[in-house]
Design a protein around this ligand. Structure first.
Ligand SMILES: Cc1cc2nc3c(=O)[nH]c(=O)nc-3n(C[C@H](O)[C@H](O)[C@H](O)COP(=O)(O)OP(=O)(O)OC[C@H]3O[C@@H](n4cnc5c(N)ncnc54)[C@H](O)[C@@H]3O)c2cc1C
Length: 265
């Protein structure tokens, strides 16, 4: 999402979403498994690209945003940044954390409405086109909601929500209690336009095991060393090409240590 309070030009903030939002493409069609929030970023990115549009939408409720909209970045998580256990524990309480609430009120990618018709009108207005059809979106929401009444549902996302809540940590602060998006007691409906954001690379410089950068012929370039993300030791290195969230820093530190030791020797 575009940061309403940017630190630099075009500053985007990544959502680390819980599993419950309905994810639809720019034309209003729900993505298929495994392209659900927090599941498989590269696969969903491919699906988004195939639509020919560089944005997509989450549709959710107040209840979902309360628990499931973790924002990435130190300034978005003052409780963690300030190492305040008391503040972190407040995540269990109802209501969205203050930085999320600020986005909801001021972020340009947010639409809040009391019914699907108004929501879809707001979404079309935000983008400046009429790609989204109210009836189509409402039918998909009803179909999704209906699966909550079906104990044998084959809706993979609904099953995943129940599954995620088997872990106590997620149940308490990360995954909202399964509910129908059209349940008025779960608060107004919210739509969030999701833009594609680049914030990490899979490297670019090939090195040997001591961190010496190799030329096209695979020979070390004298005096040139690389470690960390630029050398492919964020994602794309030891942790594999799917670049699992949260696994970058370890590889970066490890190669920094390794190259530093080699140079010292
Ligand atoms: C918002 C965000 C959240 C993240 N969250 C996580 C997480 O939760 N867990 C995790 O494991 N990883 C996370 N990562 C990834 C991880 O932080 C990075 O992969 C890692 O910090 C990269 O470290 P590095 O030292 O290789 O590169 P960097 O930290 O990018 O360091 C490169 C340095 O080179 C400097 N530089 C660039 N050009 C020049 C130049 N010409 N001359 C001199 N200096 C230059 C830059 O200013 C920078 O200081 C996150 C990344 C981002 C952006």
């Amino acid at each position: 999402m575009k940061n309403w309070n940017p630190i630099w030009k075009n500053h985007g903030i990544r959502i680390l979403p819980g599993p419950s939002s309905l994810w639809i493409d720019a034309k209003g069609n729900r993505f298929h498994a495994p392209n659900f929030p927090g599941f498989d970023t590269l696969s969903t990115l491919e699906a988004i690209q195939k639509t020919g549009y560089d944005y997509s939408w989450f549709i959710l409720t107040e209840k979902i945003i309360e628990k499931e909209f973790a924002l990435s970045g130190s300034e978005q998580n003052p409780d963690l940044t300030n190492k305040s256990i008391k503040q972190v524990l407040k995540r269990i309480l109802p209501g969205p954390p203050a930085p999320v609430q600020a986005f909801k009120e001021r972020g340009e990618d947010f639409v809040v409405a009391n019914n699907v018709k108004e929501l879809v009108e707001g979404m079309n207005k935000l983008v400046g086109n009429n790609l989204l059809d109210f009836i189509n979106i409402k039918e998909q929401i009803i179909a999704r909601d209906r699966e909550l009444d079906n104990p044998f549902t084959k809706d993979a996302q609904i099953n995943a929500i129940f599954c995620a809540r088997k872990y106590i940590g997620d149940k308490l602060i990360r995954v909202s209690k399964p509910h129908k998006l059209l349940d008025p007691s779960c608060g107004p409906l919210i739509a969030v336009r999701l833009n594609i954001l680049t914030r990490k690379t899979l490297g670019g410089l090939q090195t040997d095991l001591n961190g010496a950068v190799l030329n096209h012929a695979g020979e070390p370039i004298p005096g040139l060393f690389a470690a960390g993300e630029v050398a492919g030791f964020g994602g794309g290195g030891v942790h594999g090409y799917r670049s699992l969230e949260g696994t970058f820093l370890g590889g970066c530190l490890f190669t920094g240590l390794r190259v530093g030791r080699y140079l010292a020797k």
